[in-house]
Design a protein around this ligand. Structure first.
Ligand code: GAF
Length: 366
């Protein structure tokens, strides 16, 4: 067992399956080439020493003293993973951990899940704790829920730890069963255009928790363990809850439809499902903001085959399925629409499906 190493874990884009993970439903993300890199070295003094190339200062805490609230800010995502592992009886001791985050922050691309995933892989591997990656994802989610205090589902950590290059990850968040479905757009002359709207995340934590509560309440009223267990939309519920339910039920159906099309090599045909997902997130789930809606509208008007917000919403990114030849025109259309509305300049780039978390090498000898 080596004492140190370099570990990387990617951010993600969700192709489809939004706000389904905390309803025991289905998601279909890809990992991005953008990673968080953690350089890790075991220490014998029981101290966790955390630093970041993107932040000033160093956080130091004894692992034995870790409790939620003991560490805050970016370092909480790292310390939380060590805390969650120790809570579950895994012998994780002191570590020096240096973080270098290359996943854009605040863009809804799961930089925090990437940080947790890289940490989980680093400290377990260097401590000889053999946990499979589904377990690591669960522990990383627990860190975020209980240590950081963000009530996220398990999609982002799973994407970061389980995804494969040139494949989308179909995940059943109830059974944690996975299927790696080929997702390579270039041979079809297509591209996945990402528009980072740069819209400031508004109300995101409170509204996310409120959506979770709505779903939980609706499941309770309908007498099912989770909204995943519903198939039809015949529910007798107050209007707001009925719309939340309709989003989750139809979104799970859309994931299945997109997965079928990808398996059949009919990637060109997934566009309408992406756009339907956006409309559902806008009208029924109410998690979009004007920047997201304007970007989707402009992309579709410029010829995109489908477009939708990706991630939790209330800001962040839009994705669009676009002919390679139309990438520039679509990006220009969004920039023009944003300028016309007085929004800040968006950032546009194309994404490919990259590999999940990995050991990237040894720490160079000093
Ligand atoms: C955020 C959460 F972290 C995920 O778990 C998921 O619920 C997503 O929003 C919405 O699909 O990224």
């Amino acid at each position: 067992m080596t004492r140190d190493g370099v570990f990387e874990a990617p951010g993600r884009i969700n192709l489809i399956g939004e706000h389904t993970d905390y309803n025991d439903g289905f998601v279909l993300p890809i990992a991005l080439p953008h990673v968080v890199r953690v350089t890790a070295a075991r220490r014998d003094d029981g101290v966790l020493r955390l630093s970041s190339r993107q932040a000033h200062g160093v956080a130091e805490v004894r692992v034995a003293d870790l409790v939620p609230g003991a560490v805050t800010g970016w370092a909480a995502y790292v310390a939380g993973v060590v805390w969650a592992l120790r809570e579950e009886g895994h012998p994780i001791g002191g570590f020096g951990l240096l973080v270098d985050g290359r996943v854009p922050l605040g863009a809804g691309l799961s930089s925090s899940a990437a940080l947790e995933s890289a940490t989980a892989l680093a400290v377990t591997e260097l401590s000889g704790v053999g946990l499979d990656r589904r377990e690591l994802a669960r522990i990383a989610q627990r860190a975020e829920n209980e240590f950081v205090g963000v009530p996220c589902g398990i999609m982002d950590q799973s994407a970061s730890l389980l995804a494969r290059e040139r494949h989308a990850l179909l995940l059943d968040t109830r059974s944690m069963e996975t299927e790696h479905i080929p997702f390579d757009l270039a041979p079809a002359g297509l591209a996945l255009l990402v528009v980072d709207t740069k819209a400031p995340h508004r109300l995101v934590d409170g509204e996310y928790a409120a959506r979770r509560r709505d779903c939980h309440r609706a499941a309770e009223l309908l007498g099912v363990p989770a909204l995943r267990d519903l198939t039809g939309a015949e529910q007798d519920l107050p209007d707001r809850l009925a719309r939340r339910v309709r989003h989750v039920v139809t979104e799970n159906e859309r994931v299945a439809r997109v997965a079928d099309l990808l398996r059949a090599g009919r990637v060109r045909e997934i566009g309408p499902a992406l756009t339907e997902s956006h409309v559902s997130l806008r009208e029924d789930y109410e998690v979009t903001v004007p920047e997201l809606d304007v970007a989707v509208e402009a992309l579709l008007a410029a010829g995109a085959a489908g477009a939708r917000m990706t991630g939790g919403g209330f800001g962040g990114c839009v994705i669009a399925l676009v002919a390679e030849a139309d990438v520039e025109a679509c990006a220009a259309a969004v920039r023009a629409a944003f300028a016309g509305r007085g929004f800040g300049e968006p950032e546009c780039w194309t994404a490919v499906a990259a590999a999940g978390a990995r050991r990237a090498g040894h720490v160079p000898a000093r």
